[in-house]
Design a protein around this ligand. Structure first.
Ligand SMILES: [Zn+2]
Length: 414
């Protein structure tokens, strides 16, 4: 494979890579051609030993850690079992089971360059697309002479940093982006012919947060810790109506039954609202006054009158941006793993995340808090799946009350 600094893959004038034939196991050297499926880029090979065609994923995004290869019918699969259900199976279905989609692509050409890097941030999960976009700030710093072309779901267009050469915004439901985008392949091939050199970014999915300038993506300054004690305490709940705060194993069991039977989940939203209201009351009492808000997707049920309810059923980019301002003023954001905590934790002073036990192995994946050492421990807290309102409230109140002391100690010159 031809690389530039190990994090770029050449695709123009040529893509060169080795792969092992899935049928006879012998190495095949040169790819016949590339296919731009959407999330994935595939290289098609013809084995020079057994003459059978096969596909191999180009190491971009999650395909870098979980490569897969298969024959022309999707058989002879060689892939990591861990990645089957969420990565490889949707890819195979998109190619061999007719799961296709035609997408509207809005193309903005900002700057003409001859040597470009394509950063493909497409994904059917918001968090994955957002973390791929983190690569943009690093690429700009590392390759100032290259133009960067970003592929991004339209809902994330507002997060694209300044200074890129082109932005391709993909319209439509993000959940549909697991499908094969039938019109993309031709569009990308036409794009490539405009340039003398084209590279693909490896679009790393779990970059070290300290290396990424998220303020450039979110157009918002994060909470200034030196002002923690100076500004009115603010706590923001980050909610969704498909990931719930539940306080007992019985409720969790009932939720699983409801999901299995396809029943409406309004009762769980009400229960979540009840816990939020209860925790909010306790935090108010313990801190002697705090400004409270709720953000995130959803609008059902009532929250207590002292909680500014800023939830939206269908948030626009403007709503997302307004939430960013709210997060950046929040001393604590409280959410559930899966309730889109990446942006709130990038901007607020600290967080409390309710972590389901079945998500323990994914701890930290949805957190963007960029502190190290003691600040990270003090301001980043995970509590159990069945955490009570009381437990959440004592963590929140302590963070608000006690952090100024931690800060004072930590900032002393020694
Ligand atoms: Zn072969």
């Amino acid at each position: 494979m031809v690389t530039n600094g190990h994090d770029l893959i050449a695709i123009q004038p040529n893509y060169e890579s080795e792969a092992v034939c899935v049928t006879c196991g012998k190495p095949a050297i040169t790819a016949d051609h590339l296919i731009f499926q959407g999330i994935h880029t595939l290289a098609k090979y013809i084995c020079r030993h057994c003459n059978r065609p096969f596909y191999h994923t180009v190491p971009v995004g999650h395909d870098l850690l979980f490569p897969s290869s298969f024959d022309e019918y999707g058989g002879q699969l060689n892939a990591d079992q861990e990645a089957r259900s969420w990565l490889v199976d949707p890819l195979l279905a998109s190619l061999f089971k007719g799961e296709k989609i035609e997408v509207t692509i809005e193309k903005e050409i900002i700057e003409a360059r001859s040597d470009v890097i394509i950063l493909n941030c497409l994904d059917y999960r918001f968090g994955h697309a957002f973390t791929k976009l983190w690569n943009a700030t690093i690429l700009k710093r590392r390759y100032p002479d290259h133009g960067i072309i970003i592929f991004v779901p339209q809902g994330l267009r507002w997060c694209v940093p300044e200074g890129v050469a082109e932005i391709w915004s993909f319209h439509g439901k993000v959940s549909e982006f697991r499908r094969c985008m039938v019109n993309l392949d031709l569009d990308v091939k036409q794009l490539i012919t405009r340039f003398s050199k084209v590279w693909l970014s490896k679009a790393y999915t779990h970059l070290a947060i300290e290396k990424v300038d998220l303020e450039k993506l979110l157009k918002t300054k994060r909470f200034d810790l030196s002002q923690f004690g100076a500004s009115a305490p603010t706590v923001t709940f980050v909610l969704r109506e498909d990931r719930f705060w539940q306080s007992s194993a019985l409720e969790f069991f009932l939720l699983k039954v409801f999901i299995k039977l396809g029943l409406p989940k309004a009762i769980f939203v009400r229960r979540q609202n009840y816990l939020v209201n209860k925790a909010a009351r306790m935090i108010r009492k313990r801190t002697g006054g705090v400004s409270l808000a709720a953000a995130g997707m959803g609008k059902h049920g009532r929250l207590a009158s002292f909680i500014a309810d800023r939830r939206k059923a269908r948030p626009t980019s403007k709503d997302e941006y307004d939430w960013c301002t709210l997060y950046s003023r929040s001393h604590v954001v409280i959410g559930i793993h899966g309730s889109n905590m990446l942006i709130p934790t990038a901007l607020a002073a600290g967080f409390i995340e309710i972590l389901p036990r079945y998500k323990v192995r994914h701890i930290s994946e949805d957190i963007s808090l960029a502190y190290s050492a003691r600040y990270a421990l003090f301001l980043g807290r995970h509590v159990d799946q069945f955490a009570s309102a009381y437990l959440v409230s004592i963590h929140a109140a302590s963070m608000i009350r006690d952090f100024p002391y931690v800060y004072k100690n930590a900032e002393q010159v020694v």
